[in-house]
Design a protein around this ligand. Structure first.
Ligand code: 2P0
Length: 348
């Protein structure tokens, strides 16, 4: 019986506060602007992945997600497998005692600890965990920045899930993508009282996939060019300063404005892309009311390619922010029963 080599890891979900939207190279997932995200705690929302390889496995690579077989023949998964195998071959070329793993079939088993249908970006945690699990299996140097370059080819936002805490993705300018990778802005421990509540407005699959949506935006939106070339570069700097200074008011304002800018760009796409719905807009109004009552920004919303809201706040404002949303969840149609749920996130 042939030996089975195995390694496991987890990767967290990340939620962008400066959004990635637009590719300059669709094959390599090279973006038209840099982005920045906050990584949810591993205890809350994460993917756990085990990678194994063995001469005793069937010849084809395989991937099981939450118990269901997935197609691994797509260009994105293949790019990750190919890059990781090439790095393993370098290890084997240098060390004649290293077992020859690169040519063995891979078996990947992944589990999300959150419902995949919850409308949350699961591809980010999924590809980040897949890449790190195989890197561990192959005993590759575990530099998260280098692994992020590979995970990016699986799904752009996945590169940001190789780090915890506050993470940037530098857009880079090289045509081969060598400088388009993630970097740590600050570890989670830097701002340990940061919290998030996620309002699951709809668990439905999104109408327009991010990949095709962003390509249509690049091709048709007139707002897009100024967002990519002026607005986001300015906000990347403001956001990094806000995080370094633990300045929640600036963090919150820039987060909300960048979400609004991204969704304005979606509306400016032709045909238009609508990700927000009436419940999303009610959540925005509620955050505005909370901030007005507090006399300052203590809550900040952000929305990805779907109607679900992520609301950031500091632990000391738990009652005034998450408390209000939880009460609403209990009484309001839009946020109750099957259509609504709140998932709290911690960052420690
Ligand atoms: C983000 N989103 O920065 C933005 C905000 C959605 C809105 O990254 O085509 O799944 O796999 O590179 O990463 C969603 O896009 O797209 C996304 P691909 P991805 O989080």
């Amino acid at each position: 019986m042939s030996e089975i080599y195995r390694a496991s890891t987890t990767a967290p979900v990340n939620i962008a506060v400066i959004k990635y939207w637009g590719k300059r190279d669709a094959k390599l997932n090279l973006p038209t602007n840099s982005s920045l995200s906050v990584t949810l705690s591993q205890n809350d929302l994460r993917t756990h992945t085990t990678a194994s390889c063995s001469a005793s496995y069937p010849a084809e690579d395989s991937l099981l997600l939450n118990g269901k077989p997935q197609d691994v023949s797509g260009a994105r998964t293949q790019a990750c497998f190919r890059e990781l195998r090439a790095l393993r071959k370098e290890v084997e070329a240098k060390d004649s005692n290293a077992p020859k793993l690169a040519d063995l079939p891979l078996k990947i088993v992944s589990e999300n600890n959150f419902p995949t249908a919850a409308g949350l970006a699961s591809s980010a945690a999924g590809f980040a965990a897949l890449v790190r699990a195989i890197a561990n299996l192959y005993e590759l140097p575990a530099d998260p920045t280098e692994l992020s370059r590979i995970a990016r080819q699986g799904s752009g936002s996945a590169c940001r899930s190789l780090f915890g805490g506050y993470v940037g993705w530098e857009q880079g300018s090289a045509t081969d993508g060598s400088d388009s990778k993630a970097f740590e802005v600050a570890p989670a421990s830097h701002w340990p009282n940061m919290r998030a509540v996620i309002l699951v407005v709809s668990a439905a699959k999104k109408d327009v996939s991010s990949t095709s949506g962003m390509q249509t935006t690049v091709a048709t939106s007139s707002l897009f060019a100024s967002r990519a070339s002026e607005t986001v570069p300015r906000r990347m700097k403001e956001m990094q300063d806000a995080i370094k200074n633990k300045d929640f008011e600036t963090f919150g304002k820039v987060t909300m404005m960048d979400s609004n800018s991204f969704h304005a760009t979606c509306l400016d796409t032709y045909p238009p892309i609508f990700y927000l719905n009436d419940v999303s807009r009610a959540a925005i109004k509620m955050v505005e009311q909370i901030n007005t009552a507090a006399g300052k920004i203590i809550a900040a919303y952000t929305f990805d390619a779907g109607p679900n809201a992520v609301i950031y706040y500091l632990e000391e404002n738990e009652k005034q922010v998450a408390g209000v949303f939880k009460t609403l969840l209990a009484d309001k149609d839009g946020w109750s029963g099957e259509r609504g749920a709140a998932i709290e996130g911690n960052y420690e």
